[in-house]
Design a protein around this ligand. Structure first.
Ligand SMILES: Nc1nc2c(ncn2[C@@H]2O[C@H](COP(=O)(O)OP(=O)(O)OP(=O)(O)O)[C@@H](O)[C@H]2O)c(=O)[nH]1
Length: 400
């Protein structure tokens, strides 16, 4: 009997103990603060989403600390200080007019052999057949092209003979005039970037990757912003994600929004979205960086043709700028030919003119396509893109 009573007592104690544990554990759970109604992890409101953005937290956003999470029933957490929300400092580049003159030293440094060589030959005691041939060689070596070279030398020879020009100063003046004629000041080099009544101007930037296409698009955004335009960028070069990042960084520096899509996505759809965004934002100009992989001409034709057609559903394409790397010489001309067959080019951007002595490519490429060089790249710096001016260009070649 005593044993039975002992067993019952032990059983009761065990049961009470277990119950206490459960209650205790429940109590413990109740003591944990409930999770905040929403648990944001970002200090600032997330950067405004852009068309085509991936649904992920921007990498640069600082994480929110636990102290900043509002507690239930407590007073609202203080607003993040104003400066924490400040956007990245926007740069205001200098207006682009007269830039070529400011960048002239770069040009004259790289083109020294062309201008100086020609002047040295023209200053010889006797301008004989051999000298004229040497003049031709210099021009051809500088990528001017055979026909334009023969034209220039023919005209110069005639004028020297007819006018009896002999002094170095007079010869220099004649050479300058003939070079300017060759570069052709009659071309309209205006960039059509003015918005239309309902839609922004649309500029397609095309060219082979590596020519400086993305950099040029970014620099052009700066030129336009400096001239008081509002710009939207379209990263339709979806081939390389880094290219879109690069463009976005250029845009952020001048306050231009970049529309981008997933890596490997449809370039035409990004271009379409960029124009849509440009219309919605009332922007002046939409600049679209396209992909220019020259695997096959048909592939390129399909891609660029589609981009253009899709953009034109919303408004006209105002400029198709072909970016060519001046250091690639004849190869650049081959590229120019292929692109011109695929899409109607309205202007040429010659990049890396600071890194080659072959400035004559300006003449050759204009002849090849029948469209003007509108911009030249003269360095890797943000403002090293200049509107092309024939007189300033020739003055840089032959020095003042
Ligand atoms: N010296 C010099 N370098 C330039 C000029 N323009 C562009 N570059 C450089 O050329 C390189 C290629 O430029 P990108 O803009 O990346 O070329 P891309 O054609 O867009 O090529 P992807 O980015 O592959 O699409 C970069 O290092 C640029 O800084 C120029 O006018 N002068």
């Amino acid at each position: 009997m005593e044993i039975v009573i002992l067993v019952v007592v032990i059983a009761v104690v065990v049961l009470l103990g277990a119950g206490g544990l459960v209650v205790g554990s429940r109590r413990k759970k109740q003591q944990l603060p409930p999770p905040p109604p929403s648990a944001p992890t970002i200090t600032k409101p997330p950067a405004e989403p852009q068309v085509g953005d991936e649904a992920e937290t921007p990498r640069e956003e600082p994480r929110r600390t636990i102290e900043e999470v509002p507690l239930p029933g407590g007073t609202a957490a203080p607003e993040a200080p104003e400066e924490a929300r400040a956007p990245i400092a926007i740069e205001l580049p200098e207006p682009a007019a007269g830039r070529l003159i400011r960048l002239r030293s770069r040009l004259s440094r790289s083109q020294n052999s062309l201008g100086k060589g020609l002047l040295a030959l023209l200053s010889r005691e006797r301008l004989d057949e051999e000298t004229w041939e040497e003049i031709e060689d210099i021009l051809i070596t500088a990528d001017v092209g055979v026909t334009p070279t023969q034209e220039l030398v023919g005209r110069l020879r005639t004028r020297v003979k007819v006018l009896g020009t002999r002094t170095p100063e007079e010869l220099r003046t004649l050479l300058r005039e003939e070079l300017i004629t060759l570069v052709d000041p009659s071309f309209d080099r205006t960039l059509r970037t003015e918005s239309h009544e309902e839609t922004p101007a649309v500029v397609l930037v095309v060219g082979v990757n590596g020519t400086g296409k993305t950099t040029t698009t970014g620099k052009l955004a700066r030129v336009l912003v400096a001239d008081g335009r509002s710009v939207v960028l379209g990263a339709a070069d979806t081939f390389r994600a880094a290219a879109a990042d690069q463009l976005q960084t250029w845009g952020e520096r001048v306050g231009a929004r970049t529309v981008r899509g997933p890596e490997g996505g449809d370039p035409a759809s990004v271009a379409f979205d960029a124009v849509k965004e440009g219309i919605a934002a009332g922007a002046d100009t939409v600049l679209i960086d396209t992909a220019g992989r020259l695997h096959t001409k048909t592939g390129l034709m399909d891609e660029l043709g589609k981009v253009k057609r899709v953009v034109e559903k919303q408004g006209p394409v105002d400029e198709v700028l072909l970016v060519l790397d001046a250091t690639t010489g004849q190869n650049g001309l081959v590229q120019a030919r292929v692109f011109a067959e695929v899409v109607a080019i309205t202007g040429i951007v010659l990049t890396k003119l600071d890194g080659t002595a072959k400035g004559g490519i300006v003449v050759a490429v204009q002849r090849e396509l029948g469209v003007p060089v509108k911009l030249v790249g003269l360095g890797e710096g943000a403002d090293d893109l200049a509107p092309f001016e024939p007189e300033a260009f020739v003055d840089a070649l032959i020095g003042e």
